[in-house]
Design a protein around this ligand. Sequence first.
Ligand SMILES: [Zn+2]
Length: 241
Amino acid sequence: MRLDQICCLDDAVSRRVLEDYGAVFIAADSVRVPPACVFSGEEQVRAFQDAVGICAATLGGVEIELQPVAANALLDARDEARHEGFEITPRGGVEAARRGFDDTLRLWHSRIQPALDYWCVRGRLAPERADDLRRLAPCEQVSAVLELEVEDIFFSKDFSKSVLYSVAAPGTSQHLSMLAFDVVEFREPAVRRALASHGWFQTVIGDLPHFTFIGREEQQLIAHGLRRVEADGQIFWIPDV
Ligand SMILES: [Zn+2]
């Protein structure tokens, strides 16, 4: 696999996306990795998900969907956690695992619209500029938002940091690849240990409940191009780019 086959290296947004969410690309051979670091739209997402095969699993009374190998590993991790007296349950219902492109688009807008209103009211953003941004296509909107964030006009839920710590840009979420699962019990060390021993790791700094299926042993991750970062008292494995 070559970097320029999965990511448009001249494009700042693609590079940022690869750095933030690219851990999936070093997943085990049993995992199907996405065709690019940014899905182009609903059609490409659906084709990918259909080709991989969608596997349902029930956790905490909620049916979630993942790649088959990821779903099986998650159920094994849940069983291991139960031996220690803990459950592993989905955070946010069915959206904890597989999502469609339109779901990621809706989540994106749920951050962008309130932030535009917030900064207009505070006089940091001209209403005309906000309207221009609203009219852009999703991928152009990402670039425009990241440019505003350079001026400290932030789009996260509390307007204090980059939107990318709050929600993935449309088409970039690991949930589209069916390799991500948001966990209620992420603060329990025993839960994190059980997940890690079955190939599930935290790979997005600042998104603590979000676990990514890599399908490899923890000791192998550095050799495959991830680096270990400690943040918020937890261990994250992020692309070493
Ligand atoms: Zn997530």
